[in-house]
Write a protein that binds this ligand. Sequence first.
Ligand SMILES: Cc1cc2nc3c(=O)[nH]c(=O)nc-3n(C[C@H](O)[C@H](O)[C@H](O)COP(=O)(O)O)c2cc1C
Length: 184
Amino acid sequence: MNQSALSLLLTRASCGLLQAPAPDGEILEHILQAGLRAPDHGHLQPFQFLLAEGEGLNRLGTLLAESAKADGAADDVIERAAQLPLRAPLVITVVAKVTPHNKVPEFEQHLSAGCAVMAMQMAAQAQGFGGIWRSGPLMYSRRLHELLGLNERDQIVGFLYLGTPATSLRIPSFANSADFVRRI
Ligand SMILES: Cc1cc2nc3c(=O)[nH]c(=O)nc-3n(C[C@H](O)[C@H](O)[C@H](O)COP(=O)(O)O)c2cc1C
């Protein structure tokens, strides 16, 4: 049994308080490769990872604010949108790049991209970094999709905030699996 893989699965935890440094180099490459290992029906590779760090975080913030404005948000929401990416040194906008397919519906391609988010978070944790999967109403904004150069079928499935944990990772408590299981 691969004890460390199992322990990673059992202790995966999000970390919202993140600071520099961000994962980079080989560590970041491992994270991206883990994302690309997500299950993928039909090998359609419905993944795109938009990386923002440094000035890119401000650029992403500007696009979020612009989208919020276009979507009719209140001034305080627009202001806050610009600041959102600054909560981590690296934000990966994970996009489901959907290919029309007669056997693989869009939903399955969205699921694949979602699996990539979790795999990347776990790969970050495995290498001593931390992360949190965030969404929010702008994730569904078609204006944001346009501003990011995405097409009408594409769907952002998450903003993965990554960095060095500024607090120790919470040790998750075990749920009672029986509460979630029904034998059929
Ligand atoms: C699709 C999706 C969207 C999420 N969006 C947010 C979010 O916008 N803000 C947030 O604080 N947590 C969000 N979460 C939850 C966190 O990623 C995290 O799972 C939660 O804080 C529980 O922590 P844990 O992962 O350590 O159990 C989202 C999770 C998923 C799966």
